[in-house]
Design a protein around this ligand. Structure first.
Ligand SMILES: Nc1ncnc2c1ncn2[C@@H]1O[C@H](COP(=O)(O)OP(=O)(O)O)[C@@H](O)[C@H]1O
Ligand SMILES: [Mg+2]
Length: 246
């Protein structure tokens, strides 16, 4: 889905004080794009993602999804958060199919789809495990699958890999690119990690703070699969770093 953000601003009022979280955000995200929102802590990345998700309302401006105003959460937009958000008392399969009974498909169809997705990330033999029996990487795979089985058009991901060790982070990055290509979702992925943004995104939205704003949108032409050692990769990385620090 095409997502268009127009003159969007957001302030929070806490203890009588106003925090200008986002100021005059304008951004267009095309269908099937892989976009990273990149910037330092406090620049409004999570707030922007929550606004796109319909979890929060802006003060001014608007967000359109295929020309329709976003006013509330929708099954068309799936979330993956940084913290492991699985239910500890449910198995992997039950976590993934939780809430699906409300949809149109039969229970059997839902379970079949869930198993296909679990298999695609190597979790086919883990469906009866509980979250405490899983590694961090496995938990985030389950969280991704849980949002995918709802068949959203857009995935909104908030620093989903930042708690993982570097090997697992790199593995999950490769997997999400593979999933993105195969399922043709629009992905909006929040990160504060330049390397992660350059590895993943076709469009990197550089943000700055006080108040949160967009500094630059960098359209990356880097071919895939991407190699962190390539000259092109390193050149883009240093360009983005400069942009962040300026
Ligand atoms: N619910 C809230 N109440 C008050 N202030 C908030 C709230 N959410 C975010 N903020 C403030 O808005 C700014 C942007 O926060 P956030 O979107 O979490 O940034 P980021 O995800 O880039 O670290 C920060 O100054 C933060 O303190
Ligand atoms: Mg955040």
């Amino acid at each position: 889905m095409t997502i268009e953000i127009k003159s969007l601003s957001k302030t929070f009022k806490t203890h009588g004080k106003e925090v200008f979280a986002l100021k005059d955000i304008n951004l267009k995200i095309e269908n099937k794009d892989f976009v990273c929102l990149l910037g330092p802590s406090g620049c409004g990345k999570t707030t922007l993602l929550r606004l796109i998700g319909g979890l929060e309302k802006g003060d001014n401006g608007k967000i359109l999804e295929d020309e329709k105003l976003i006013t509330k959460p929708s099954k068309e937009r799936g979330f993956v958060f940084q913290q492991y958000s699985l239910f500890p008392w449910l198995t992997v399969l039950d976590n993934v199919t939780f809430g699906l009974d409300l949809g149109n498909d039969s229970k059997e169809e839902n379970i079949r789809r869930a198993r296909t997705y679990l298999k695609s990330v190597g979790l086919e033999s883990s469906e009866n495990l509980y979250p405490h029996e899983l590694s961090g990487g496995m938990k985030q795979r389950v969280a991704i699958i849980r949002s995918l089985v709802n068949k959203p058009k857009t995935l909104l991901m908030d620093e989903p890999f930042s708690a993982l060790d570097i090997q697992n982070r790199h593995k999950l990055q490769e997997e999400i690119v593979r999933i993105w290509k195969k399922t043709e979702k629009t992905i909006i992925f929040v990160t504060h990690d330049v390397d992660e943004a350059v590895f993943l995104a076709d469009h990197i939205v550089l943000m700055g703070r006080n108040p949160g704003h967009i500094k630059e949108v960098y359209d990356s032409k880097l071919s895939r699969p991407r190699s962190r050692n390539s000259e092109e990769f390193l050149a883009i990385q240093s360009h983005i770093l400069e942009g962040l620090e300026s």
